[in-house]
Design a protein around this ligand. Structure first.
Ligand code: ZN
Ligand code: FE
Length: 258
């Protein structure tokens, strides 16, 4: 298994992305260094890099501890986070390529949750790490941008191949899908995903990963074109305009207080 989930804090995920040929690995987002180091040791792999999705402490708070404990560690993150990523050694921007052993990741700029939020896309692994921008069945709050910025960022992720597995920053799935059902109660794929999430959580399992193809079927923030979703929103706000940024903003506003 090239990708390993390492739970962090209450509901955060760090991930180890392993190059099986060199036994080198990257950590995507680290809040608690010791748990990540122990997981790598358990797999017999060595951590050579950190891929930080955004500056928030639950995604980067373990960086300095990792640097202190691991020699020569490279820490990647966006220069557009404006110096807020602890221990940053390799500033990146949209379109950059990163190598971990023989693995290759592309940086995708997806601002709005933070000004320099990025995703890391491993085409050969068919995997994308989306931090707090795209969750399973949801998206991050818009803290450093506006609805149009977030719509554009989500669009960049939705443009990846449907088979791409989505590894997000938090286990928020069950609540996200419960909210989504209030807007699309007749969406069969959504109902099935919510039931699967309930079962997974009852069994103590994670819901990651999802796929881009599945997210297009269940994630209300990628479904601003859905007739049922639009009808639900218009019942709540008859004056709502039809453009996708306005629809997105309304869904985001409702979710913020769900
Ligand atoms: Zn965040
Ligand atoms: Fe977070």
């Amino acid at each position: 298994m090239a990708i390993d989930v390492v739970p962090q804090l209450l509901d955060n995920f760090a991930y180890l992305v392993v190059d099986e040929t060199t036994r080198e690995c990257a950590v995507v987002d680290c809040a608690e260094a010791d748990k990540v180091i122990a997981a790598a040791r358990g797999l017999g792999v060595s951590i050579v890099a950190v891929l930080t999705t955004h500056w928030h402490p639950d995604h980067s708070g373990g960086n300095l501890d990792l640097t202190a404990k691991l020699k020569g560690l490279r820490i990647y993150g966006a220069s557009a986070e404006n110096g807020r990523i602890p221990g940053l050694t390799h500033p990146v921007a949209n379109g950059d390529t990163i190598h971990i052993g023989m693995l290759e990741a592309r940086v995708i700029g997806i601002p709005a949750h933070t000004s320099g939020h990025v995703a890391y896309y491993f085409a050969k692994l068919e995997a994308v790490f989306t931090g707090d921008t795209l969750f399973i069945g949801g998206c991050g709050r818009v803290f450093e941008g506006n609805a149009a910025t977030m719509v554009a960022s989500l669009g960049r992720l939705a443009a990846l191949p449907d088979s791409t597995r989505v590894y997000c920053g938090h286990e928020y799935t069950e609540k996200n899908l419960r909210f989504a059902l209030t807007l699309e109660p007749h969406n069969a794929a959504l109902k099935a995903s919510h039931e699967a999430a309930l079962r997974a959580r009852a069994d103590g399992k994670w819901t990651v990963p999802s796929t881009i193809g599945d997210e297009k079927k269940i994630n209300p923030f990628l479904r601003t074109d859905s007739a049922e979703l639009r009808a639900s929103l218009k019942r709540i706000d008859p004056s709502l305009s039809n453009n996708s940024a306005a629809i997105f903003a309304k869904v985001r506003q409702l979710k913020d207080s769900f």
